[in-house]
Design a protein around this ligand. Structure first.
Ligand SMILES: Nc1ncnc2c1ncn2[C@@H]1O[C@H](COP(=O)(O)OP(=O)(O)O)[C@@H](O)[C@H]1O
Ligand SMILES: [Mg+2]
Length: 169
């Protein structure tokens, strides 16, 4: 369920939605709502947005909501940071910002990760375009001049539509 802190500004169509995060508090509320969706397991979520948009911040809130404790490392240098939720859910946090070696895709096992079970989250998915599957849900975060965030959600698959529906579409 989406709580009162997640005002829906616009509903372009069933597959998409625009939200407005007034602060990181709203990022957290959205992350908790998403974490409660059963369709999240095995989902691939692509995170679009410029440097500083708030992609990693969202991932941290989502990992916390899924029960990950302790320091959450950013995967920028490792490309992928794996996590395991207390209920056994495998979560792979990718950051393709510095990804530029196509051989790494197979060598580092990224193909296997995307083919296997678990939740996959990817920052800078553009840098791995053509290698990743189509994202179930694309989230685009844009920082406004007043530091609030404009957020666009786009479902590309039935699983993505399930996620949106669970959020109250
Ligand atoms: N919803 C938000 N509202 C206000 N500030 C935010 C929000 N989300 C993130 N920030 C701030 O933006 C900065 C960059 O966030 P980060 O998640 O590292 O961006 P990205 O991963 O997209 O490069 C951080 O200082 C963070 O505190
Ligand atoms: Mg980041």
């Amino acid at each position: 369920m989406v709580d009162d802190h997640l005002p829906i500004v616009e509903t372009p169509k069933n597959s998409g939605r625009t939200l407005h995060w007034r602060s990181e508090h709203d990022t957290g509320a959205f992350a908790r709502a998403l974490a409660a969706s059963p369709a999240l397991r095995n989902a691939f979520i692509a995170l679009h947005g410029e440097l500083g948009a708030g992609k990693t911040t969202f991932v941290r809130h989502l990992l916390r909501a899924l029960g990950i404790e302790g320091r959450i490392k950013s995967p920028t240098y490792a490309v992928v940071e794996p996590h395991e939720a207390p209920d056994g859910l495998a979560i792979f946090h990718f950051d393709f910002y510095r990804f530029n070696d196509p051989r790494e895709w197979d060598d580092a096992g990224f193909r296997d990760i995307f083919a296997g079970p678990g939740l996959k989250l990817a920052e800078w998915p553009e840098n791995a375009a053509g290698r990743t599957p189509i994202a179930d849900l694309a989230i685009k975060i844009e920082a406004m001049t007043d530091d609030t965030r404009s957020v666009t959600l786009l479902a590309n698959t039935p699983r993505g539509s399930d996620l949106l529906a669970h959020l109250g579409a």
